[in-house]
Design a protein around this ligand. Structure first.
Ligand SMILES: Cc1cc2nc3c(=O)[nH]c(=O)nc-3n(C[C@H](O)[C@H](O)[C@H](O)COP(=O)(O)OP(=O)(O)OC[C@H]3O[C@@H](n4cnc5c(N)ncnc54)[C@H](O)[C@@H]3O)c2cc1C
Ligand SMILES: *[C@@H]1O[C@H](CO)[C@@H](O)[C@H](O)[C@H]1NC(C)=O
Ligand SMILES: *[C@@H]1O[C@H](CO)[C@@H](O)[C@H](O)[C@H]1NC(C)=O
Ligand SMILES: *[C@@H]1O[C@H](CO)[C@@H](O)[C@H](O)[C@H]1NC(C)=O
Ligand SMILES: *[C@@H]1O[C@H](CO)[C@@H](O)[C@H](O)[C@H]1NC(C)=O
Ligand SMILES: *[C@@H]1O[C@H](CO)[C@@H](O)[C@H](O)[C@H]1NC(C)=O
Ligand SMILES: *[C@@H]1O[C@H](CO)[C@@H](O)[C@H](O)[C@H]1NC(C)=O
Length: 574
């Protein structure tokens, strides 16, 4: 047993007092969390005291785009900020920056007029640059005692505005950079292989490189700068290994956390089982602050990769193109059953499948695996353009297909998502309807990006991953890149169109479907069922037990229906 971290100690013990044992009902004056303009907002001295208790790691937010406004103007700096703005890299290592443009709300960006004052808006007011458990505990205590909204940020990738909040104190976990390999894990009765402990500051590319150097693989997504132990794994986590090793959450052996009551503990399938279950797929940002997680590693080996594509030139016309899309999508069952994940991007005139992966497979295996796709496409009279590559490690494969491609694609975007049940793709009539729905999305100015998976792999332990993943064939997202050079309202119109027109049609064509909580529309109606399915009631109960005072809130996270923002953006109990 790895016992070192299993010692549970409460904030009360550390501080010699017991603020969290009092489960008093909140007085009415506390029904809203405070904003800086409110009476009762902590005085400067209070923040200074907090700063002392967190070893001087408190940061007052200065937005990145400050250089573009007022007397702070700096022409060279501002051009740099402007160019980098739509890309994740600009925001990942900054304390309070986040990617979601809808929530940035132009309060301080490099595209608005220079004389527009730079305001904090939805940015956190202060961040704790946490590097010790104690920093997190002090942040939780302060936010509770002073009635301040609390947020958590690792990389800031979140597409639903969950890693930020107006007037909040943010716990910034980017500097928990532990990467600790464990040759043989002894903490679990069901697993005794190799594993790795990752802090939430470890980005996908870093973990991939470190594992590769040891001849190992870690389950990750395709974006190099997403935090594995931050939002990715807790939300479920898909990637090129989903059809081989399952969802990222299926591979977690332990979560080291600070709970909303300030307890530092380790949740495993044997100890604090409910918390382990909830954190493994039930969504980040609401059950606890993750300090590290231990996840399985796998032996590395060769990877075969491929790209497949066709477009309206090869099909001869638009209708034929969409017929070919149906044929393509309907042929993917055996492909994912062979252990592959096949991602593809649909535009109004093309289908491009990129980075199709076969773990431990060579070119002849690839030829065999994609045979059903080749046959289905041939049958509708279209020829598929195929290229193949062989790599001697996962990192090689990852770097070839994803490192630059994803980093150099703007990821400031409007996003909707839908998980499509497999049985719908097995009948011509229902498969046609799915294609028509994807077509209307792409013809409305959104790119459709789908991944075909078989996530129904044997699992060590039960967890809160949306059950629909197990019976799904496709996970599709609908993406509109944010154009910062047009009036904001034009982009907000796209957001409205997504919610009111595009997604309802996609939903109508995919009965029994749902959405991946990490890649979805923040305005999803009935998000409880769409994101969490039949797990919701249990997740809600666990949230209530862990966080009765409502310390942690994130939009569309479990329990968030208890709160609403008022006209000024104040977070209030309903
Ligand atoms: C370009 C891009 C590519 C993506 N590719 C994939 C992919 O291939 N597969 C996939 O499954 N998903 C993918 N995603 C979605 C991604 O998994 C989520 O955005 C995820 O939530 C990011 O986690 P983060 O911690 O890096 O980001 P953050 O924005 O920092 O955090 C996301 C959420 O996690 C919470 N959180 C962060 N750190 C902690 C912590 N230490 N403890 C508790 N809660 C925390 C935050 O409060 C927030 O709710 C992608 C997103 C983008 C923008
Ligand atoms: C916190 O203290 C450090 C070190 O004394 C200081 O550099 C920093 O500016 C302080 N933060 C705030 C918000 O005052
Ligand atoms: C954006 O800011 C305006 C005022 O500055 C505010 O009324 C609006 O609610 C904000 N929108 C979001 C999404 O935060
Ligand atoms: C955060 O803390 C780390 C470790 O102490 C330090 O290296 C880094 O400069 C700090 N970052 C900021 C923005 O204060
Ligand atoms: C490909 O792998 C298979 C086993 O999976 C093996 O039988 C075959 O010889 C390999 N082919 C090449 C060209 O390496
Ligand atoms: C085939 O695909 C490759 C790789 O994506 C691309 O470079 C090439 O231009 C494509 N050829 C045709 C005929 O579309
Ligand atoms: C370990 O696996 C067995 C079945 O393989 C399962 O019954 C048991 O519940 C698992 N243990 C835990 C703690 O989940």
């Amino acid at each position: 047993m790895v016992l070192v971290f299993s010692i549970v100690y409460t904030l009360g013990i550390i501080l010699g007092l017991c603020p969290y044992a009092l489960t008093v009902s909140l007085p009415t004056t506390r029904s809203c969390k405070l904003l800086p303009e409110d009476h009762g907002w902590p005085a400067t001295e209070d923040w200074e005291t907090l700063n002392q208790t967190v070893g001087g790691s408190l940061i007052a937010t200065v937005p990145l785009a400050t250089v573009y406004h007022g007397t702070n103007f700096d022409q060279d700096e501002c051009l740099k900020v402007q160019q980098g703005w739509p890309f994740a890299d600009a925001h990942v290592a900054e304390p309070a920056e986040f990617l979601a443009p809808y929530f940035q709300n132009q309060s301080c960006d490099p595209f608005t007029p220079r004389n527009k004052p730079c305001e904090l808006g939805n940015y956190a007011h202060y961040s704790i640059n946490a590097t010790e458990v104690r920093h997190i505990q002090e942040g939780i205590r302060f936010s509770h005692d002073k009635n301040i909204r609390l947020t958590i940020k690792s990389s800031g990738h979140d597409l639903l505005g969950k890693s930020t909040g107006k007037g909040s104190l943010s716990i910034w976990t980017h500097n928990f950079k532990t990467i600790e390999f464990i040759d043989q894990y002894y903490g679990s009765p069901n697993y005794t292989g190799s594993a790795v402990r990752l802090g939430p500051g470890v980005l996908t590319a870093d973990a991939t490189a470190a594992a590769s150097a040891r001849g190992l693989r870690v389950v990750t997504g395709t974006c190099p700068s997403v935090s594995i132990a931050g939002g990715y794994t807790s939300g479920g986590g898909h990637g090129v290994f989903t059809s081989q090793y399952g969802m990222a959450a299926d591979n977690v052996l332990e979560w080291e956390v600070v709970t909303p009551k300030g307890e530092h503990l380790v949740a495993t399938p044997q100890s604090h089982q409910d918390l382990y279950w909830a954190l493994s797929g039930g969504g980040p940002g609401t059950f606890a602050v993750v300090v590290s997680m231990v996840t399985r590693t796998y032996k590395d080996g060769i990877m075969e990769g491929a790209t497949l594509s066709f477009d309206t030139r090869s099909t001869g016309g638009i209708e034929q193109f969409w017929n070919a899309v149906t044929a393509f999508q309907s042929s993917l069952g055996p492909v994912v059953d062979a252990g592959t994940v096949l991602n593809y991007v649909l535009t109004p005139t093309s289908l491009n499948s990129y980075g199709l992966a076969i773990a431990d497979g060579n070119e002849s295996k690839m030829n065999k695996v994609i045979q059903p796709v080749m046959a289905a496409i041939r049958e509708v009279g279209v020829s598929l353009n195929v290229t193949k590559t062989t790599h001697n490690s996962y990192m090689d494969f990852f770097n070839h297909y994803f490192l630059d491609a994803v980093t150099q694609t703007p990821s400031a975007q409007i996003t909707g998502g839908r998980i499509v049940p497999r049985h719908l793709m097995e009948r011509q009539s229902t498969a046609d309807k799915v294609t028509q729905a994807l077509r209307q999305a792409t013809e409305s100015g959104f790119n459709t990006i789908c991944g075909a998976v078989n996530a129904n792999k044997p699992r060590l332990y039960l967890n809160a991953v949306l059950p629909l993943w197990r019976s799904a064939l496709l996970h599709c997202i609908f993406v509109k890149s944010w154009d910062f050079t047009v009036p904001r309202n034009d982009m907000v119109d796209y957001q409205k169109r997504l919610t009111n027109q595009i997604m309802p049609k996609v939903e109508a064509a995919t009965p029994g479907g749902g959405s991946y909580l990490n890649e979805a529309n923040f305005e999803q109606p009935g998000w409880q069922h769409a994101f969490y399915g039949s797990n919701y009631p249990r997740l809600r109960k666990i949230k209530q037990e862990l966080d009765p005072l409502g310390v942690l809130f994130a939009q569309t996270a479990v329990g968030s229906e208890m709160w609403t923002e008022d006209a000024d953006g104040r977070l209030c109990r309903i």
